[in-house]
Each structure stands twice: as C-alpha cells, then as structure tokens.
Design a protein. Structure first.
Length: 408
C-alpha cells in the first residue's frame, strides 16, 4: 500500500477527532459562551448536517481541481476554521465554523477515497478504504477522551488548537506525497492545473452512479452505520444504567468499542478485496444477532463488556466492506462515489441516534436503541436478500476492470 494512503488516513484521524471530541466539550463551551447546553449541542448537529449535505456538493466542486489541490484546499480550510473557532468569543461564529468544517471534512473524505483507491493496486480498494476508515476508528478511540481531557485541563479551546496543530503534518504530507496529476475518473492521468471540463466529468460520474446495485450498496451502508451509531450514542447511559458499570469506566468502554472498530476495519481490509460476499454473509447476520443478544443480556456486566468489543468489530467490518464495494462498483465515478458514500454514512449516523432517542423518549428504556440497531441491520439484510433475488447482487464485485489481473 503506498505510503500516501496512510498519510491520508492521518488526515482523516485529525478531522474525525474534531467531530468526536465535541461531545466532551459541550459543558465548557456552554459556560464560556454563555449559552444553554442544548444550544451548545447544536454544534454537533450542525456538523452532522454539514457532512450529509456537503459530501456530494463538495465532491462535485472538487471535480474542477486536481486531487492534490482539492485535498489541500479542504485541509487548509478545516485548519483555518479551527483556529477561528479557538479564538472566537461569539457562539454564532463558532456555529458557522462547525458548518464550514463539516463541508471541508466531507469534501476531503470524498476526494481522499477516490485518491486512495487510485493510488492503491487495482485489487486493493478494500485495504485502501480500511486505512481511511481506520483513521475514523482511532479518532473514535482517542477523540472523545482526548478532547475531554484537554477541555478539563486547559479549556475547550485547547482541543481546537490541538486539531489545528495535528493537521499541519497532514498538509505537508499531501504536498509531498500525493501526485499533482492524480488519475481522473476514467483512470487516465489528469495533469495539475488541467483537470478537464468539470461539467462533463460531473455528468459522466452522475451517469455511472445510476446503477441500481450501487444505490443498494449505499442504502446498506447507511442502514448498518445507523445501527452502529444508534447504540454508540447511548452506550454510556446504557452501561451505567441497566448494566451497572461505574461511570469512571466509561472512557475505557468507549475506547473498547473503538478498539473493536479498528480491529473490524483491519480485518475487512485484508478480506474484503478477495472474499467480500462470504464476509458480508457471515458478519451481517452475526451483527444483527449481536445487537439482539446485547439487548437481552445488557443487565450483566461480563457479556455487555464482551459485546461492546464484538459489536464494534462486526459493525466496522461490515460497514468498511460495503464502502469498498461502493468504490469497486463505481469505477466511472470515484469522486462522487466517495461523496455519496460519505453522505450515506452520515445519514445513518444522524438517523440512528435520532431513532434511538425516540424510543428512549417513548419510555421503552435504555436498551431500546439496541433493538433499533438490530432492526436497522435486519432491514439491511432484507434489502440485500431482495436485491439478490431480483438478480442484482449488491455485494458482488463487478467483473470488468475490478478483478485482479490473475482473475480476469
């Protein structure tokens, strides 16, 4: 795997940390800017909405540029708005920086996915995807406790400064390691400064995205990620409430879920390129069953702790494999496929917690998000089965251009 792909993963880690760390900074932000806790919480919602809306829009915008320029533009924008956020005393300005940061993050992820699979060998899209999503999982492990620790010791602004500083080596790495003329959507090189007509490229990529199998894969990825973040969002109250684990252990429990997530993307990166269907057929039903078993056994600490790790592993193994299959299925639309994959993941990450909150608010208890997660994954399994039954298997790799040379 080219070293540049790992450097892109480093940048994804820094940006993911910005997203996840905010949950531990809300009280400090509310006190400092003299706003309510719900108002400070809108900073998280603004980022999520910006990611959903911004992913396809920023992907289209980036078609006007070479990939290195697009990556640098999004990274520098993300860095600058964090400096502004660290300096501002205005809630409105801070809210605006979160929206802009989300747009930049969404654009970067879309282009980074396309760049990673273009730099990787033709039969290693799954490994390239796992490296990028590995950055997200490490951010999940380090972002929440790290941001909370910085906020406690030096105030919430220090966490924003830390993200800005962490992005500096990523900017240098992109300048040094990503080719200035990264391959275009057809695989032909696009010289720096001459990326081709953006309108025709966008129309070509949009046509490639109309394939029913690709749309099914995006739907599956959104449903699985919805199940993942439905439970992850309410994991702490579940474990401290129904399970009875002390609140002091919650950073360790969140880190355990993150470690499982990292294990999941690592395993899927090694398997998804060669055996994606067996992985999905085995791990998909196991993921749905695991959420149901978690719901039934959440009152006991030992199975709960084990399932925190197992479900993190299965969730990201299945999710990462689905995203790699999106990129395999969209050889004619790598940048927009990355954008829509990012949007699908964030739609799930927004819808899942909302559904979990609805069930808790309806009085169904702290275990109810686990059942919602099981139902969302079950819906993905039914969707995949129906798609297969009508002759369009959603997980099969396309034969043309995507198989390893020895398999063609």
């Amino acid at each position: 795997m080219p070293f540049a792909v790992y450097l892109l993963g480093l940048a994804v880690f820094a940006q993911g940390t910005s997203e996840f760390m905010l949950s531990g900074l809300i009280p400090g932000i509310a006190r400092d800017l003299r706003v309510s806790i719900p108002a400070a919480g809108l900073l998280t919602s603004a980022f999520a909405v910006g990611m959903v809306v911004g992913a396809p829009l920023m992907a289209v915008l980036s078609l006007r540029w070479s990939r290195r320029f697009a990556l640098l533009a999004f990274l520098v924008t993300f860095l600058v708005v964090h400096v502004v956020g660290a300096l501002t005393t205005s809630y409105g300005v801070l809210l605006g920086t979160r929206v802009i940061a989300a747009l930049a993050n969404a654009g970067f992820l879309a282009v980074a996915m396309a760049t990673a699979v273009a730099l990787a060998p033709s039969d290693a899209k799954g490994r390239a995807t796992s490296v990028l999503l590995g950055g997200v999982t490490i951010a999940c492990v380090a972002g929440v406790p790290g941001g909370a620790l910085l906020g406690e010791v030096w105030g919430w602004r220090s966490a924003f400064w830390a993200v800005a500083v962490a992005l500096v080596p990523a900017v240098v790495a992109v300048l040094k390691s990503v080719p200035s003329g990264a391959p275009g959507p057809s695989g032909a090189p696009v010289p720096s400064g001459a990326p081709g007509p953006a309108g025709s490229r966008a129309r070509g990529e949009l046509r490639a995205l109309r394939r029913p199998r690709l749309l099914v894969l995006l739907l599956l990825a959104g449903l699985v990620n919805g199940g993942t973040f439905c439970t992850f969002t309410y994991l702490a109250p579940l474990l401290t409430g129904d399970t009875g684990i002390a609140s002091s252990w919650m950073p360790a429990m969140l880190a355990l879920f993150g470690l499982g997530s990292f294990a999941g993307v690592t395993v899927s990166g090694r398997v998804a390129d060669r055996r994606p269907i067996p992985l999905l057929v085995i791990c998909g039903p196991a993921l749905a069953a695991g959420w149901a078993v978690f719901a039934l056994t959440a009152g006991a600490p030992v199975p709960a702790v084990v399932l925190v790790f197992v479900q993190g592993t299965l969730s990201f193994a299945v999710g990462s494999t689905l995203i790699s299959q999106v990129l395999y299925a969209a050889t004619g639309a790598p940048t927009l496929a990355g954008g829509f994959a990012t949007a699908a993941l964030n739609v799930g990450a927004t819808l899942g917690p909302w559904l979990g909150g609805v069930t808790i608010g309806a009085g169904l208890g702290l275990r109810s998000p686990l059942w919602v997660s099981a139902l969302l994954v079950a819906a993905a399994l039914v969707t995949a089965a129906v798609a297969h039954a009508v002759g369009r298997p959603p997980s099969a790799k396309p034969v043309e251009q995507d198989q390893p040379a020895e398999a063609q």
